[in-house]
Write a protein that binds this ligand. Structure first.
Ligand SMILES: *Cc1c(COP(=O)(O)O)cnc(C)c1O
Length: 431
């Protein structure tokens, strides 16, 4: 299968080229030429498949023969080496915990899958070294750092906004060493993002370096997120209820992968994109006007995105038919005050400690169920609460024990290089 650019001014490319390039030469996002639904038999018997087998069935048409079956299965085994449990919260509401990976963020799956695909392509051809350049508002950096650590032929450079990520997040991206470098930017996430964009447009730089991105625009980070929705279906199928997913959304990669899973035939009734006050998509669904804004800082910082890059992929799935889109997707935004209240309620009434992102997912479901009902709701828990200690602990009024993954990283020494302007980034990359 090939991938085309959503800007439609670049040639179609293979999975391999789309992964290596990240973005098409016309700056469009890549999108698969076809989405072939899986057989009914697969859904009827999904409970007899392991997670690894499900993942293989789901992803294989997109990877096609670019990676041989045996290697692809190996990549999937390494990517999915942890659990994805459904935890019941209240009548008709469960959470799907996606934070049991090495950095305790759902981005682990996409980052690990992409790292291993790039590693495979490099090994095959002895191609020149690839530099992965990525801006992070928090969780991407840690997941990418951990996912790519030690992958041969790949250098990773992570830009993060100084003092605007949590302590745990900072440790996760500044303590690994080896092929991972953290650049600490005196500025906001938007400044980091702008520098990365400038680098990708810098002809001088890209003629000298093999640059790629590990943001969710990369198909190898985006597509594996489809797995989560299948894993949830497998666990909830015996309830014989229609499923509604609420996805805490920032760049809209995860929810777009959910909609892709539905396109593959997964029976999902409805999606809710739950956001913080960065409400570009909720506003669009209400008014029809898509108007990107500078991002606002919130307690759910991994979703502080003022121009969600994957939303164009969702529009593409619906062929820009807004009425069809609205039948399948609702979107609500919530303030920090509402988020804190939801975290307190989840803790007091249901003895569940949510992180701010998951709490927003919960709020989205509650809002949807206040107008519709009779379905099984699932909100995605996208990060472990320990990653947002400063926010979570005062609300639940107790301390959260550090899981093993965090204990290992928190005692390590931070190493970062401070930069403030683009020329410093370029100088670093060229040396
Ligand atoms: C990245 C992230 C999100 C948002 O996911 P998108 O795919 O960008 O919409 C939500 N929660 C957490 C914890 C994240 O790290």
């Amino acid at each position: 299968m090939n991938f085309y650019s959503l800007n439609k001014k670049a040639p179609n490319v293979s999975f391999k080229d789309a992964v290596i390039k990240g973005l098409a030469p016309d700056k469009g996002l890549y999108f698969p030429e076809q989405i072939i639904p899986l057989q009914k038999d697969f859904f009827d018997h999904i409970e007899y498949f392991t997670n690894n087998e499900i993942a293989f069935e789901v992803i294989k048409q997109f990877v096609a023969d670019e990676i041989p079956e045996k290697e692809l299965k190996q990549i999937i085994n390494e990517t999915l080496s942890f659990d994805f449990p459904i935890v019941p919260i209240e009548e008709n509401i469960s959470t799907l915990e996606l934070f049991h990976g090495p950095t305790m963020a759902f981005k682990d799956v996409g980052a690990r899958f992409m790292a291993r695909c790039l590693g495979y392509f490099n090994k095959e051809e002895n191609t020149e070294k690839v530099t992965v350049l990525v801006a992070t508002s928090g969780d991407t950096g840690g997941a990418v750092a951990s996912g790519f650590l030690g992958v041969e032929g790949v250098n990773v450079v992570i830009l993060y906004p100084s003092r605007k990520v949590s302590d745990v997040q900072e440790k996760q991206l500044t303590t690994l060493g080896k092929n991972i470098t953290a650049l600490e930017v005196d500025g906001t996430f938007d400044d980091c993002q702008a520098m990365v964009k400038t680098a990708f447009l810098d002809q001088d730089l890209i003629s000298k370096l093999n640059l790629t991105s590990a943001n969710s625009i990369n198909i190898a980070r985006w597509l594996p997120q489809m797995f989560y929705f299948f894993f949830a279906y497998k666990q909830l199928k015996n309830k014989h209820k229609e499923l509604v997913f609420s996805v805490p959304s920032g760049n809209f990669g995860n929810i777009c992968a959910g909609i892709m899973a539905q396109q593959l035939g997964l029976p999902i009734k409805h999606f809710i994109a739950s956001t913080n006050v960065n409400d570009i998509v909720p506003t669009y669904l209400k008014t029809g006007i898509y108007s990107p804004k500078p991002s606002k800082q919130t307690i759910s910082n991994a979703m502080d995105v003022g121009n969600p890059s994957n939303f164009v992929r969702i529009l593409e799935i619906y062929k820009n038919d807004d009425s069809k889109l609205k039948e399948n997707l609702s979107s609500y935004s919530f303030t920090d005050i509402e988020t804190r209240k939801a975290m307190a309620k989840l803790h007091e009434e249901f003895n569940y400690t949510a992180d701010p992102h998951g709490a927003i997912g919960y709020l989205g479901l509650k809002k949807y169920f206040s107008e519709n009902n009779n379905a099984q709701g699932i909100f995605l828990e996208t990060a472990h609460p320990v990653k947002f200690l400063d926010v979570v602990e005062p609300i639940i009024n107790k301390t959260i024990g550090f899981p093993r993954q965090i204990l290992e990283v928190i005692k390590k020494e931070k190493t970062s290089i401070k930069i403030a302007v683009y020329s410093q980034l370029k100088e670093f990359l060229l040396n």
